[in-house]
Design a binder for this molecule. Structure first.
Ligand SMILES: Nc1ncnc2c1ncn2[C@@H]1O[C@H](COP(=O)(O)OP(=O)(O)O)[C@@H](O)[C@H]1O
Ligand SMILES: [Mg+2]
Length: 487
C-alpha cells in the first residue's frame, strides 16, 4: 500500500501547493490594485476639495481677511478634513485652524516651489505625530498654489490634510474580504484536490490490487471501473486478460486431468490384462475339475452344496475377468448413423426381465424429430444398459425409471441428450465425479467398472456423461451424444 498512499499524497500535496501559490498571487495582485484605486480616489477627492476651499476663500484671502478665512476653515472642518493652512506668497503661514499650529513641521513650511503654476499640486501621505510621539495620524496631504481668476499672480498657497482613517478602514475591509475569499476558495480547492486525487488513485489502487490477485493465481477477480478513459480501458483489458488466464488454466487442468486419467486407465488395463491371463488358465482347469467332481453319483448332500458354492464363486471370478478384459481393451469404434431412440429401446429390451422382476415402472419422454447420431451402436447400448442396471439396483421394488431424450445445441453444434433418472437412494453430491473412477463401488459384489467404461466409451465418441441435479429424483445421469459425424 506504500506506493498508493504516496501517489495520492503526492498528487494532493502538489495540487494544494499549486493552489496556494496561485490564490496568494491572485489575491496579492487584486489587493494591490484595490489599494491603489482607493488611494487614487482619495487623491482626486482631495484635489477637488482643495480647489473648493480655494474658491471659497479666494475673496477674503486676497483681501487678507484672516478672520473671514479662519471662520470659513473652522466651518469646513470635519472628521475627514484635519487641517487647512493658507500660506502667503512668501510661503509664510497666513492662517490655519488652531489644531495644526502645534505641529510645527507641518504648519511652518510650504513645500510648493516658488514658480508653481495653476494646476500644479503636491500630494502624498504623511504622518502627524504629536509632541509626546504617541498619537499618530495617517494623513493625505495636498498643497496647491492660489491664483485669482484670469490673474497670473500667485497669491500664496493652501495645504490641506485629509484623514486616511476612512481609506485605511476601507483597505482593511477589502483585505479581510479578499482573505476570506481566498480562504474559502483554498478550502474548496483542498477538498477538491483530495477528492480528485482519490478519484484518480482509487482505480489505480484497484488495478494494483488486481495484479496482486493475479500474481497469487486468483484469476476470478473482476475489477469494476466503469470510467470511459485510459484507466477504464486498462481495467477492461485487465479483466479480459484474467478471464483468458482463467479459461487457459481451466483448459490446462482439464487436459492434465484427462492425461492422468488416460495414463491411469492404460496402466490399469495393462495390469488387469496380465492378471486376467494369469488367472484364466488355472481357473479353467479348476472349473473343469469341479465340473467332473460334481458329476459323480455317490456325493452326499454336504459335498454337493460345497461344490455348488465353488461353482458360483468361479462364475463370479469369470465375470470379473470378463469385465476387466472388457475394460482393458480399447476397441476401435464401428461407427454408423443410428437413431438414439432405437439404441435406447434396444438396451431396454436387454434389461426388461430384470425390470419386470423388480416391478420397476418405466416412463419415457422422447422428443419428436431427433436427429441421428454417428456412433458405435453396440457400445452406446452397453453404456445405457450399464446405467439402467445401476438404476434397477438403486430403486426399491416398484420404483420408477425415467428416460428422456431431447435435442440441444452448444457452440460446437447440435447434440442429443439422454437423461436417465430413477427414484432410488441417490448419490451424494461429493461422489458425483468419483462414481466414474475405475473400481469405485459401494456394492458388496460390485466391480466398479460400469460407469468408468461408460465414460470412456462416450469420450471416444466425443460425447460426455455426468451426474446431474434433478429435483424430485434420486439420481439423474446426463449423456450427451454429438450429432457432428466423423469425416
Ligand atoms: N442409479 C444409481 N443410484 C445410486 N447410486 C448409483 C447409481 N448408479 C451408480 N451409482 C453408484 O456408483 C457406483 C459405481 O457404479 P458402477 O461404476 O456401475 O459400479 P458398480 O455398479 O459395479 O458398483 C455404484 O457402486 C453406486 O454407488
Ligand atoms: Mg454398475
Amino acid at each position: 500500500m506504500r506506493f498508493n498512499v504516496s501517489l495520492r499524497m503526492r498528487l494532493t500535496f502538489s495540487v494544494i501547493v499549486l493552489l496556494i501559490a496561485q490564490v496568494m498571487l491572485v489575491l496579492f495582485v487584486i489587493q494591490r490594485q484595490e489599494v491603489s484605486a482607493v488611494f487614487e480616489e482619495q487623491k482626486s477627492k482631495a484635489v477637488l476639495l482643495a480647489n473648493n476651499i480655494i474658491q471659497e476663500n479666494l475673496q477674503p484671502f486676497i483681501l487678507w481677511d484672516d478672520e473671514g478665512v479662519k471662520q470659513n476653515i473652522e466651518d469646513r472642518l470635519d472628521e475627514n478634513l484635519v487641517y487647512v493652512i493658507f500660506y502667503d506668497r512668501f510661503n509664510r503661514p497666513f492662517v490655519s485652524n488652531d489644531f495644526i499650529v502645534d505641529y510645527e513641521d507641518t504648519f511652518q513650511f510650504s513645500n510648493l516651489e516658488q514658480d508653481a503654476i495653476l494646476g500644479d499640486f503636491l500630494v502624498g501621505p504623511k504622518q502627524l505625530t504629536d509632541a509626546t510621539g504617541n498619537m499618530t495620524l495617517e494623513i493625505l496631504e495636498i498643497e496647491m498654489p492660489v491664483f485669482a481668476k484670469e490673474d497670473p499672480t500667485r497669491w500664496g498657497s493652501v495645504k490641506i490634510g485629509l484623514s486616511m482613517e476612512e481609506t485605511q478602514r476601507e483597505v482593511r475591509e477589502t483585505r479581510t474580504l479578499l482573505f476570506l475569499i481566498g480562504f474559502v476558495s483554498l478550502l474548496g480547492g483542498i477538498l477538491g484536490a483530495t477528492w480528485l486525487a482519490k478519484r484518480i488513485t482509487t482505480p489505480i489502487e484497484k488495478l494494483v490490487n488486481g495484479t496482486k490477485h493475479i500474481s497469487r493465481g486468483e484469476f476470478d477477480l473482476k475489477i469494476d471501473i466503469n470510467s470511459k478513459d485510459e484507466i477504464g480501458n486498462l481495467a477492461v483489458n485487465f479483466n479480459d486478460m484474467s478471464h483468458q488466464l482463467q479459461l487457459l488454466r481451466k483448459r490446462m487442468e482439464e487436459a492434465n486431468k484427462r492425461l492422468v486419467q488416460v495414463e491411469k486407465l492404460a496402466s490399469i488395463g495393462h495390469i488387469s490384462t496380465g492378471i486376467a491371463h494369469e488367472i484364466r488358465n488355472p481357473l479353467t482347469s479348476v472349473k473343469l475339475n469341479i465340473q467332473k467332481l460334481s458329476e459323480k453319483k455317490d456325493l452326499d448332500e454336504y459335498d454337493r452344496s460345497s461344490l455348488e458354492i465353488s461353482q458360483e464363486a468361479i462364475a463370479q471370478i469369470e465375470k470379473f475377468i470378463k469385465e476387466l478384459l472388457n475394460f482393458a481393451r480399447v476397441p476401435k469404434l464401428n461407427l454408423d448413423w443410428f437413431s438414439v431412440e432405437q439404441i435406447v429401446d434396444g438396451s431396454l429390451k436387454m434389461i426388461a426381465e430384470t425390470m419386470e422382476l423388480k416391478k420397476v415402472r418405466l416412463e419415457k419422454e422422447y422428443q419428436e424429430g431427433l436427429p441421428q447420431v454417428q456412433v458405435d451402436a453396440d457400445k452406446i447400448r452397453q453404456v445405457i444398459l450399464n446405467i439402467l442396471q445401476n438404476s434397477c439396483e438403486a430403486v426399491d421394488e416398484g420404483g420408477t425409471i425415467l428416460i428422456a431424450l431431447s435435442q440441444g445445441q452448444n457452440p460446437s453444434g447440435d447434440f442429443v441428450r439422454v437423461m436417465i433418472s430413477d427414484d432410488g437412494k441417490g448419490i451424494p453430491a461429493r461422489d458425483w465425479e468419483n462414481v466414474f473412477e475405475p473400481f469405485y463401488t459401494t456394492k458388496s459384489s460390485g466391480i466398479g467398472l460400469g460407469l468408468a467404461i461408460a465414460r470412456r466409451i462416450l469420450e471416444q465418441h466425443h460425447g460426455s456423461i455426468r451426474v446431474k441435479e434433478n429435483p424430485g429424483w434420486g439420481t439423474s445421469f446426463e449423456i450427451i451424444l454429438t450429432c457432428e459425424g466423423e469425416e
